[in-house]
Design a protein around this ligand. Sequence first.
Ligand SMILES: [Zn+2]
Length: 350
Amino acid sequence: MSSSLNSHLIKKVLDPEIKFKEATSEYVDFTLSNVDLSLANSLRRVMISEIPTLAIDSVEVEKNTTVLADEFLAHRLGLIPLESYDIDKLRYNRECTCDNYCNRCSVTLILNVIATEDSSKSVYSRDLTIVQNDHIKNLKLGNPAVSNDVPEGILICKLRKGQELTVKCIAKKGISKEHAKWDSAAAIEFEYDPWNKLNHTDYWYETDAKVEWPIGKNHRDEIEPNEDDKFDYQAEPTVFYIGVESAKSLPANQIVIRGIDMLRQKVDGIYQELENMDRGLDLEEDLNNNINNGLGMDIGYQDENLGEEGDAYGMPNFAEQDIGYNEASNNNDDYGEANFSDDDEGDAAW
Ligand SMILES: [Zn+2]
């Protein structure tokens, strides 16, 4: 590796830069520099798919005499953004110990509207009222998110005189990888190389691509290439223009902060798994030493079923066993026991 290339790589690792162009509660526009395309794209992917928010997940319809079917209304209610700033205080429903839902894994909202006047009555998301409990008291969690421009929120349905809608909505924590209703970002802009100097974009055109395609939004931030310039086949993108538009369940800056934090947690997770793997390998070595020394296995990872696959000592053949770097093995406080058990599917996390 040449020294110039080496120093280029070192700079990329050591000097990542973020410059903010615009930051409001609804939109954040920034430039991320001196990182790889893969890292910038990871941040985009995490922000759009893995930041937990709250959304209505089940609806119990008590009375619905509107023209809209229950399923149609349930779908509309699910897509209403709910305030999720303190979502970390809520458990995922699937991780909760309750049978169905409880205050620790859900927020309940009630919608109860009757049209009594001759004119039609519009039902908006602000008409949803949160059922308070001690767990969510004083938390920024569960209220329908509205903007200053449209304080009444999202139109859910319209009622004629005499029509009634009474529903109980159970909102749960989730991520948009599961369903788009949990998406914290309405849109994420991601652009690099606005002049397409790297030829990563292959334009389809009728007669002239330059006339038919607009130049990238951030083209003023980069120098326009000269037509006579030679193509630099070693060039790599190092500046990324990212815009995050909030869906209002979280402020836009929080989406970026939580995205970076989520990415860090993922890298930390890989680190921990590799550490666990090392511990598993050490354990295997210790065990082999013990077997060779005729010490037997009394250190607590024996499983009665494993003997069938074991060696002459009745010991399991660990070369054929998964050595436990899945999520379940993380929960073991003494290494070994569950790591070597039958139901350990060590490849789940890989
Ligand atoms: Zn629960």
